[in-house]
Design a protein around this ligand. Structure first.
Ligand code: FES
Length: 102
């Protein structure tokens, strides 16, 4: 009885150690994933990425048009390129690309 209790106790200790190791590994992976996510969020788009397919406006066009303030001005892009006046998917998805221009 004592032996099985000791083994069981040892098994619980082993499990707790494994859980701690798993927790540490899991936390390390979460830290790594959040670093990758931040890098992805901070990543700027290449010049040739097409933002508005209807009017063929790419990132380079947007950077040149909005270079004075170094921030995306959707009204300016609409006036200059008619961007967003077709299917509007580019402007509806603006939150996905606006912060990746400058
Ligand atoms: S993709 Fe810009 S209006 Fe259609």
């Amino acid at each position: 009885m004592r032996n099985s209790f000791s083994r069981m106790k040892a098994g619980v200790l082993l499990s707790e150690t494994r859980v701690k190791n798993m927790d540490n590994e899991f936390l390390r992976q979460i830290d790594h994933a959040s670093e990758l996510l931040k890098e992805t969020l901070d990543e700027k788009l290449e010049d040739d990425v097409l933002i508005c397919e209807c009017f063929c406006v790419n990132v380079r066009d947007i950077r040149e048009a909005c270079s004075e303030k170094a921030e995306v001005d959707l009204d300016l892009l609409r006036k200059r390129f008619s961007m967003g006046e077709g299917c509007q998917s580019c402007t509806k998805a603006a939150s996905e690309w606006v912060n990746k221009i400058f």
